[in-house]
Design a protein around this ligand. Sequence first.
Ligand code: FAD
Length: 510
Amino acid sequence: MENMGKPLQRVVIVGGGAAGWMSAAALSAVLKPPYEIRLVESEEIGIIGVGEATIPPIRMFNGLARIDEAGFLKATQGTFKLGIEFVNWGRVGERYFHGFGDVGKEAMWPVDFSQYWLRMRALGRALPLDAYAISNTAAKSNKFMLPQPNMQNSPMAALGYAYHFDAGLYARHLRAVSEARGVRRTEGKVVRVLLNEEPGPRLGHVRAVQMQSGELVEGDLFLDCSGFASLLIEKTLDTGYEDWSHWLPCDRAWAVPSERTNPLVPYTRATAHKAGWQWRIPLQHRVGNGHVYSSAHMSDDEAAAILLKNLDAPALAEPRLVKFRTGMRKQAWSRNVVAIGMSAGFVEPLESTALHLIQMGVAKLIEAFPHSGFDPVEIEEYNRASRVRYEYVRDFIVLHYHLNQRDDTEFWRACAAMSVPEALRYRMKLYAASGRLADVHADLFREPSWLEVMEGQNLRPRGWLALADLQSVEDTARYMRGISDTIATCVAAMPAHEEFVRQYCPAAQA
Ligand SMILES: Cc1cc2nc3c(=O)[nH]c(=O)nc-3n(C[C@H](O)[C@H](O)[C@H](O)COP(=O)(O)OP(=O)(O)OC[C@H]3O[C@@H](n4cnc5c(N)ncnc54)[C@H](O)[C@@H]3O)c2cc1C
């Protein structure tokens, strides 16, 4: 470990979007004085403000950063999310649901539920996958309630859920939480980044950022949360970017809010169009919408027209164009700069993963926090783990594009024909052979997610494992009926999502 002479106590966060304020909230929950946390941001530059759908691990972030669930949902016009409905992805006119949580339940028998389901489907004795997944069944009925951990043998014990919220209000809420814990915010533009020129272990480290006002904000550790500007990690340290647009060709999005519609559904919808897809995110006061598309296959005007034509209710503003380049920074942590958020990389929002990557970025930083110096092996491990996560997310998103049978546009034909990353090719090959699901990454989409998307987009295995034949058909049918009946009974007893939100986390009027 490099001996820095004095402990590292001054953390400077550059940027106040979701990445900056999530980092500030989490760090301020664990670093107490003499640590100092400062955040600089520019209202004039503003934030991207479109990250509005999440995945279940965000509840762990709330635990880490000590964010009260009902309080934050009230403050952000939040709603609950049980998964994503995909429309037109396999073929035009088809739909499927990728829900959170389990499909089936762990049997005392030797193989996964999915193996029994494959066998029984072949015999014409299985219901669709959704019937065996409580999140999916609840979503389709617009029902929601919190999991009931005490009901140990019930599917209610482990109901998987996440949130939708207003991105601007989210950053504002986290700011209030962080400032209450002592984080100091400085308003203004960073115009220069100063490097340390003194020989020694800190040579070439960022020493300070200079604000337009002339003020120098000095620090020991800098978090680059400046979004696509990547002020420190790229513009200053020149770390390099790995481009993934050959796998994920969408590079633009129009975003627009529309009026709230009823009922208040507890899921995101992702509808594929000619050269991309449209999101629909229901909030308490409005609906968030956007059309993600490939500019090589569609003009901006056509993409905006498609978005507006496919809204469920009148738009509340003019559409806003966002441009992006899919890929990741070659090193998220370089010298004394850690990039978190879009400065670290960007994988498009099809599975709502960006806020999760922020959460993991800051959680891993806390784990390896350089209290008394920068240890190269900790930095190496941070960068390795970050790459594993980004690639895992990338592969899961590529699956949605690649596994399509659409023949209506050049965009979809090219996606179906492209060669995919090796790990993804292997996962698809294994599932196609025997319905087996390759080992998954611990903190992200697990086996049921891969199953639902591969099945939803029509990858059909040639067979199943012989172990699934050990039980008699009648026993297996009884076991599966037990699961689907219990789920149906639980969902029937749940309140409507809208009713639950009204009771638990009603927002003040918009
Ligand atoms: C179309 C689209 C849809 C998305 N949907 C989702 C989703 O559903 N779910 C999800 O999890 N994620 C989603 N994301 C990603 C998500 O929006 C971002 O990951 C998240 O908002 C974090 O952004 P950020 O904080 O890194 O950057 P930003 O929000 O851009 O913040 C950058 C900050 O840096 C500051 N800054 C920049 N330059 C300077 C300077 N010179 N001086 C001072 N301050 C400066 C800015 O003022 C701002 O405060 C989406 C992204 C896009 C593009």
